[in-house]
Design a protein around this ligand. Sequence first.
Ligand code: C2O
Ligand code: CU
Length: 491
Amino acid sequence: MKVLLIYRHGVKQPRNPWPDGPENITQCPIPAGTSFTQELSFSDEEGTLWWHAHSDWSRATVHGAIIIYPKPGTTYPYPVPYKEELLVLGEWYNGDVMAIIDEALETGGDPNTSDAFAINGQPGDLYDCSNASTYRLLVNYGKTYLLRIVNAVMNEEIFFGIAKHNLTVVGMDGGYVKPINTDYIMITPGQTMDVLVTANQSPSHYYIMGSPFADTTAPFDNTSTTAIFQYSGNYTPPSTPYSPSLPAYDDKDAAGNFTVRLKSLASKQHPISVPLIITERIFITVSVNQIYCANESCAGPDGNRLSASLNNISFVTPTIDILQAYYRHIRGVYNCTFPSIPPYFFNFTGDVGNNTIYPSQGTKAKVIKYGSAVEIIFQGTNVGAAENHPMHLHGYSFYVVGMGNGNFDFKTSPKTYNLVDPPLVNTIGVPKNGWTTIRFVADNPGVWFMHCHLERHASWGMDTVLIVTNGPANTNKMREPPAYMPPCAKS
Ligand code: C2O
Ligand code: CU
């Protein structure tokens, strides 16, 4: 019996990884027919986050938004909108989504794509027989709306826009950013964005549209999903709402150009605290690769099984949760040998030597001392013709201090870092043949999952676990396991 675990993506759970959610990473599944009360612990989040199931592919349909308003007595760092609206980008499956990944893992091939993309659960007018239920956002002329956008899609980055309307991005991943004026955004799975839009065009019907960005040969469904930005009042609507012109599905520059514009507010009210002196530097290669198919021939490349890895280790999910094993010193569940540098140095933008095609498999965690100033350099290897990788870390937000194409260069790349106003996020795209550097202070003790938020990559092993040790004071030690945790029953 499959049971769900719920994860509040981006909710930091200070010192309390116990109810964090990912199956067999921090807790055992909730037995069927029982209930489980989860405890949410926030620290400094403000804006939009979301929650989703974290067991196999159940998050495809089990997800929702979390909105965190400014503290009493404070307000938004932007003009207060007339109204707020939630837009969740998701997918529609005609069949059982769990069967899709089960089948893919069995054959070793690529999982099937969904049957449609959706906005607030509705595919929209461009799909057959869907117009009656297309989501409509009703607006009044002259008013400004705050759109809280969540990308809950499983495997694709999404371009998003509204015909003829300018967007102003003001927040992201439960924090604020310097306003960005743009006609489209690019939002990667796992991310949230807060966007202002003013209804200042002639009253009519305009498409709100989401289209996948897929700079790749990987399968995707390039059909756009639509909702309608619909003005109130008396007018004759066009037979088809106006359409935005979004970048083409493979427009890498459009995707990259948007992402590099994201900056923190770095203001008096919202200061930044990016670590400047690094005490723990980790270099992680991010690859899609293959595992030999034992007897039968598999549906992956060369009759092999598709897999994915970090530092050439394809993560194997244990059967006892790692947090439990860590806390109770249970041996044989995981080991602490996740390397700080990749085992193989190679040309990260195309070397397909055997060393990098075939990762090793294991449950390896990286232990980080409490209080360390951590820098992680993610290097996309472009092995396996993958897509950009939305890397996500539980328990933390991190500063994205740098990003570039090609191979990371220890001499020149750090000179391009932004240490003045880097964005603070919990998920960031690592270019498939480029690099991204993040920084954070390891001040949240516990066991924290880190993985690609493209679900098929996570299923193939593009994951690891950071274990942040306890600090010296009681206030920086992990909490004791709460009594409400589900028991780890034998399955
Ligand atoms: Cu939103 Cu571990 O994921
Ligand atoms: Cu990935």
